[in-house]
Design a protein around this ligand. Structure first.
Ligand SMILES: C[S@@+](CC[C@H](N)C(=O)[O-])C[C@H]1O[C@@H](n2cnc3c(N)ncnc32)[C@H](O)[C@@H]1O
Length: 244
């Protein structure tokens, strides 16, 4: 049976606690979004992304991620639907919302944290799947199998705010160029303007063209979105398309 809860009621149904230690200092309503030693996009960004383009990322796929890919693949073979990926999905709240908005698609939420995934509150939607997996090797598995996406959501990936952590950010990671091979539309959200600018610049280098803008959510898609919005942070989104 499909859920009859409104989106707001379902948001309220989560306990709202975000249990992993924050990487940022956000003590009160007027605090900046995070503490960083960067004043603008990282000076090495272009070089890092181009290096990763020239030297494709190869790391053995962890067993649990391989198993997750096989589960996704089997379901896709059976259902033959367009695929939407929700990488770094946390509790999977956004995955369920996206599934409701796209009833013809199979929506797959990916997160490495079993703890976060266990907090998912199921909706009646039957067209989504939550998988415990590392996002980067899962993207590689999809690309190697020539599976393309209708769209890809990356909602509030970890910011890694120190300049020295650039290679831990999604756009500084060795697997970043794989995103353009997955095709489709892509939306990234963050509460850090520099992160959004960097993502936009890095995306253009790998053939994902789009724009960054601040936005006001109608209602939160994720727990982090709600937390940041409640704290008065400006929210940023990159919306683009793979052009290759
Ligand atoms: C800041 S939280 C955002 C969660 C959710 N999107 C939200 O907005 O509420 C980042 C999430 O990314 C997950 N994560 C971090 N690195 C990951 C990776 N390499 N593969 C899969 N999940 C990862 C963490 O477990 C965490 O749930």
């Amino acid at each position: 049976m499909r859920s009859v809860l409104t989106r707001q009621a379902r948001v309220a149904g989560y306990d709202g606690k975000v249990t992993v230690s924050p990487q940022t200092n956000q003590p009160d309503l007027t605090a900046p979004a995070l503490t960083t030693d960067q004043l603008g996009p990282h000076p090495d960004l272009k070089e890092i992304v181009q290096h990763h383009e020239r030297h494709p990322w190869r790391k053995p796929c962890p067993a649990h991620t391989r198993a997750a890919f096989e589960q996704l693949f089997d379901r896709l073979q059976r259902e033959q639907r367009p695929l939407i990926l929700d990488s770094f999905c946390g509790t999977g709240m956004s995955t369920a919302l996206i599934a409701e908005a796209h009833p013809d698609a199979l929506v797959v939420g990916i997160d490495q944290s079993a703890h976060r995934l266990a907090k998912h509150q199921a909706t009646g939607a039957r067209n989504y799947l939550l998988l415990r997996a590392e996002a980067e090797p899962l993207w590689s598995c999809l690309a190697e199998a020539d599976i393309t996406l209708q769209s890809h959501w990356l909602l509030y990936p970890n910011p890694w705010p120190k300049a020295a952590q650039i290679k831990k950010r999604v756009h500084g990671h060795g697997a970043f160029p794989v995103l353009s091979r997955l095709g489709g539309a892509l939306e990234l959200r963050t509460n850090w303007d520099i992160f959004a600018q960097e993502f936009c610049q890095a995306a253009a280098l790998i053939g994902i063209n789009g724009e960054t803008e601040s936005f006001i959510p109608n209602s939160p898609m994720t727990l982090f979105e709600r937390k940041y919005w409640d704290r008065g942070h400006t929210l940023w989104r990159f919306r683009g398309k793979c052009v290759n």
